[in-house]
Design a protein around this ligand. Structure first.
Ligand code: F0G
Length: 349
């Protein structure tokens, strides 16, 4: 395999990259697109692909946007970066800030960030502030901190985040030779669905693709403001990554839905967990619960309306991010004596 070219170098003609932009990289992008045979059999859809964004350096799609946001912050002489997060944004910001030599401040909803993500922010040396409030509260506070000069905001309200993240749509078009018929994606703060739609539009303009996909977004039923058409004051879901009641890119998500002829619908926590288990145990693909919302939604749509022939599901984050949830998938592990009889008995259960 050829040595990896930095994402922002590879796609520089499609990004606001100048000669002065540092070529920051941790090896982001170029993630696998993997066929989902068990899901194809179950749904009767002939071609389903999984875009494994958990293969990025910090284990989520955030790295694509963060590398550009932090490179631009360096270029602009930022003294620090800051963000609100349900976990993945903070892990990514902390990593790229460490790489760039910039201090990083993260504001998190206390008690609602998966352990893997929290450990990343701490390990990368970020200043971690946990508030007794929601992600939406944390984002409002972070905007205020940034306006007050505390640092550059690297949430997806920063347009460089969206531009970096759109590169995933380019990769999908390059591998498939065109845009897929459908794209299925989880929706939280709605930056990623906005970014993919921008990417697919630009892919068509620059002849990377002939068509654009119908965009299907999925929110957790207890945190579904776009589906309900109103802000959710106290969002609740086991998919903590998308536990958001007032998405910053609400309008971008609605535009992607309407311009593409897709939809944004809700999936229950039960459906999310069922898809999470299916992916792990039938496909051998371990994503985090929020990511499984894309597959939960596809399974639901496949039972009702007309079936597409080709779908890409975006698996946004790595399953290892949320070990507490993962260990609930199997029976409790009981310790046994280190003898062959005891181990054989334990195997039989
Ligand atoms: N999947 C995962 C694993 C996420 O971490 C997020 C968002 C989403 C999906 C939804 O993407 O917000 O662009 O609609 N995580 C943010 C964070 C909010 O702080 O890490 P979105």
């Amino acid at each position: 395999m050829p040595p990896q070219i930095p994402l922002i170098e590879h796609y520089r003609d499609h990004l606001p990259v100048t000669a002065a932009t540092p070529r920051l990289t941790l090896g982001e992008g170029g993630t696998p697109l993997v066929r989902a045979a068990a899901l194809e059999r179950e749904t009767g859809i002939p071609e389903i692909w999984l875009k494994i964004e958990g293969a990025n350096p910090t284990g989520s799609f955030k790295d694509r946007g963060m590398v550009l946001a932090i490179a631009k912050a360096m270029e602009d002489g930022a003294k620090a970066v800051l963000c609100a997060s349900t976990g993945n944004t903070s892990a990514s910001a902390a990593a790229y800030a460490a790489r760039a030599g910039l201090p990083c401040i993260v504001v998190l909803p206390a008690g609602h960030v998966a352990l893997g993500k929290l450990s990343q922010a701490i390990a990368f040396g970020a200043r971690v502030v946990a508030i007794k409030g929601s992600f939406d509260d944390a984002l409002a506070l972070s905007r205020e901190l940034a306006a007050g000069g505390e640092g550059t905001l690297v949430n997806s309200v920063n347009p460089h985040r969206i531009d970096g993240q759109k590169t995933a749509a380019f990769e999908v078009c390059e591998v498939l030779g065109d845009a897929p018929e459908w794209l299925c994606i989880p929706v939280g703060n709605a930056g990623n669905i906005t970014a993919y739609w921008k990417g697919f539009n630009e892919a068509r303009e620059s002849k990377m693709a002939k068509r654009r996909p119908a965009m299907y977004g999925f929110q957790a039923a207890g945190a579904a403001p776009i589906v309900n058409g109103e802000i959710v004051k106290d969002p609740q879901t086991i998919a903590t990554a998308i536990r958001i009641g007032n998405p910053a890119s609400w309008n971008g998500a609605v535009r992607a839905r309407d311009e593409s002829g897709g939809s944004i619908t809700a999936v229950t926590d039960e459906e999310i967990l069922d898809a999470y288990k299916f992916l792990a145990q039938q496909e051998g693909v371990f994503c985090e619960p929020a990511s499984a919302a894309a597959v939960a939604g596809l399974r639901k749509l496949a039972q009702t309306g007309t079936k597409p022939t080709q779908v890409v599901c975006v698996l946004t984050g790595n399953g290892m991010k949320d070990p507490d949830r993962a260990i609930t998938l199997g029976p409790t592990i009981v310790e046994t004596a280190p003898t062959i009889e005891a181990v054989r008995a334990a195997i039989r259960g």
